[in-house]
Design a protein around this ligand. Structure first.
Ligand code: AMP
Ligand code: GLY
Length: 424
C-alpha cells in the first residue's frame, strides 16, 4: 500500500515508525514530516494543513491511505475531501473533528448522551461571563471553545482569577475566533488520564490508558505545555474502570455522534479526571495525543497499519491488536524557555547512542537538519521513549537515554511517571 502521513511532530514519527513495520507498507510519504520521520518516509514540501496540496499529491501518486496526525486539517475537512476523492482516510470528517474543535458542541453532545463531564456554562458575552464567575464560590476552568493550539484552557482555583483570561479570550481575542464562545467549567480535582479508542463508525477498539504531564515543571508546576512526557499503562486505571469508561463514556459518545452526523472514523481521545465521583471527561480530541502516541506505539503489538486501514474500511471488528505487557515511558526534551520563547538552531548530539539502547526509541518532534547537522527547531524537540519490566525500570531506561542527548539549553522534566511509581 502507498501511505501518506500528514503531520510533522513526535506523534507522527511514532506513527511512521509503527506503520513502517507492517508488511502492507510498500511506500510512505510525509507532508511535511521531520528528520526522524525521514527514516521511514519520503518527506514532502507540503504542509499538513495544505488540504489542496496533500490531496493533490495523494491523487497524483496513487496514495491508498491518508493518515492525518494533527487536528487542524481534520477540523478543516481534509478527511471529507480525501473520501470524496476515493482515498481511504484515517481521521474523522470535519463534523467529527468538531468534538475537539468546538468545545461547546462537545459539551452539548456529552450532555445529550449523559456522559460524565465537568458541569459547564457556555457564554458569548464577556460581561455575562464575568458576572457568572464572580458569583461562583469554587474554582473554574475557562476554555476557549475553538482550537487554540492547546493553550485555550486556563484553570483558576479562585473564581476571580478567571476575569483576566475571560477579558483576554473574549475581549482581546488572543486566540482569535476560537474565543468567540467560552466555556466556564467547574474545576475538577484528581489525577488525569487519557483513554484512546479506534473507531470506524460502528465498532470501537479501546487502547491501553496513558497519563500525560502537561505543566512544564517537576511536581506539575508552572505553565501548561503540549505535554512533557507520558507513560502507559496507568496503575490508577484498572480493568474494571476501563470497562466503565468504555460503557459510560466511549460507546455513548460514538453513538451520539452517529445520531448527529454519521460515522466517526479515526481515533477518539478522551481526556479524563478521576474525581472521587468517578472519571469525568475534560476534553475529547479527534486525533492521537502528543506525546501519548509515542509510549502507546512502543507497546502496541500486531499490525497497526492494518488496524488503521480497517478503521478507514469500517472493518474494525476483525482487527487483532495487543499490547506489550511491559510499561513504557516517554520523556520529552524541550528547548530551553519553552513554552515561552526559545532559541533554535543548536546542534543536537547523542541521539544515535540513545537510539542504540535496547527497548529505547527516540522520536523526533521539533528537529531539523541544517548543513548536515541535526538542530532544535521547535519547543518540544524529542520524545525519548523506553520499555521496561516495571514502570520504574522503563523510567530509568528512558532517563539513561535522555542523559546521552544534549544541545544548548535543552530542558526536560525529571519526574515523568513518578505518580505511577508511587501507586505501584
Ligand atoms: P486541555 O487543553 O483541554 O487538555 O486542558 C489542559 C489542562 O487543563 C488539562 O490537562 C487539565 O489539567 C486542566 N483542566 C481542563 N479542564 C479542567 C477542569 N474542568 N478542572 C480542572 N482542570 C481542568
Ligand atoms: N498531550 C495532549 C494532547 O495531545 O492533546
Amino acid at each position: 500500500m502507498k501511505i501518506l502521513l500528514a503531520g510533522s511532530g513526535g506523534r507522527e514519527h511514532a506513527l511512521a515508525w509503527k506503520m513502517s513495520q507492517s508488511d502492507l507498507c510498500d511506500k510512505m510519504w510525509a507532508a511535511p514530516g521531520n528528520p526522524g520521520i525521514a527514516q521511514h518516509a519520503e518527506c514532502l514540501d507540503i504542509q499538513a494543513d495544505d488540504i489542496e496540496g496533500v490531496i493533490g499529491f495523494a491523487k497524483d501518486n496513487g496514495v491508498d491511505l491518508l493518515v492525518v496526525g494533527p487536528e487542524d486539517p481534520l477540523a478543516a475537512g481534509i478527511a471529507d475531501v480525501a473520501r470524496e476523492a476515493g482515498i481511504l482516510c484515517f481521521g474523522p470528517c470535519a463534523k467529527g473533528a468538531r468534538i475537539e474543535a468546538d468545545k461547546a458542541y462537545a459539551k452539548e453532545l456529552m450532555r445529550s448522551a449523559a456522559v460524565p463531564t465537568a458541569e459547564a456554562r457556555i457564554f458569548t458575552d464577556l460581561d455575562s461571563a464575568k458576572k457568572y464567575v464572580l458569583s461562583r464560590d469554587h474554582g473554574v476552568a475557562v476554555k476557549a471553545s475553538g482550537l487554540a493550539k492547546g493553550k485555550g484552557v486556563i484553570v483558576c482555583p479562585e473564581p476571580y482569577q478567571a476575569v483576566q483570561p475571560l477579558e483576554d479570550i473574549m475581549g482581546k481575542r488572543i486566540f482569535g475566533d476560537a474565543g468567540e464562545k467560552v466555556l466556564i467549567e467547574e474545576m475538577l480535582t484528581g489525577q488525569e488520564g487519557t483513554v484512546l479508542a479506534l473507531c470506524d463508525g460502528k465498532s470501537i477498539f479501546v487502547l491501553e490508558p496513558l497519563q500525560d504531564h502537561k505543566p512544564i515543571g517537576d511536581g506539575d508546576t508552572g505553565p501548561n505545555t503540549g505535554g512533557m512526557g507520558a507513560y502507559s499503562p496507568v496503575p490508577i486505571i484498572d480493568a474494571a474502570m476501563m470497562r466503565g469508561i468504555e460503557r459510560e463514556i466511549l460507546v455513548p459518545i460514538v453513538d451520539a455522534m452517529r445520531r448527529d452526523f454519521g460515522r466517526y472514523e479515526g481515533v477518539l481521545y478522551a481526556g479524563l479526571i478521576f474525581t472521587p465521583a468517578g472519571p469525568k471527561v475534560i476534553e475529547f480530541n479527534c486525533r492521537f495525543g502528543d506525546p501519548e502516541c509515542q509510549p502507546l506505539m512502543m507497546r502496541i503489538k500486531g499490525d497497526f497499519l492494518a488496524a488503521m486501514v480497517a478503521v478507514a474500511e469500517h472493518k474494525l471488528d476483525g482487527v487483532s491488536l495487543w499490547f506489550d505487557p511491559r510499561p513504557s515511558v516517554c520523556v520529552v526534551m524541550a528547548s530551553g524557555g519553552y513554552p515561552g520563547s526559545y532559541e533554535k538552531g543548536f546542534e543536537i548530539t547523542g541521539i544515535d547512542d540513545a537510539d542504540a539502547m535496547e527497548d529505547v526509541k527516540v522520536f523526533h518532534a521539533g528537529t531539523s537538519e541544517i548543513d548536515g547537522k541535526l538542530v532544535n527547531n521547535g519547543g518540544r524537540v524529542l520524545g525519548v521513549t523506553a520499555l521496561g519490566d516495571t514502570i520504574a525500570e522503563a523510567k530509568k531506561r528512558a532517563y539513561q537515554a535522555v542523559e546521552k542527548i544534549s544541545w544548548k539549553g535543552c530542558y526536560y522534566r525529571k519526574d515523568i511517571a513518578d505518580k505511577a511509581i508511587a501507586a505501584t
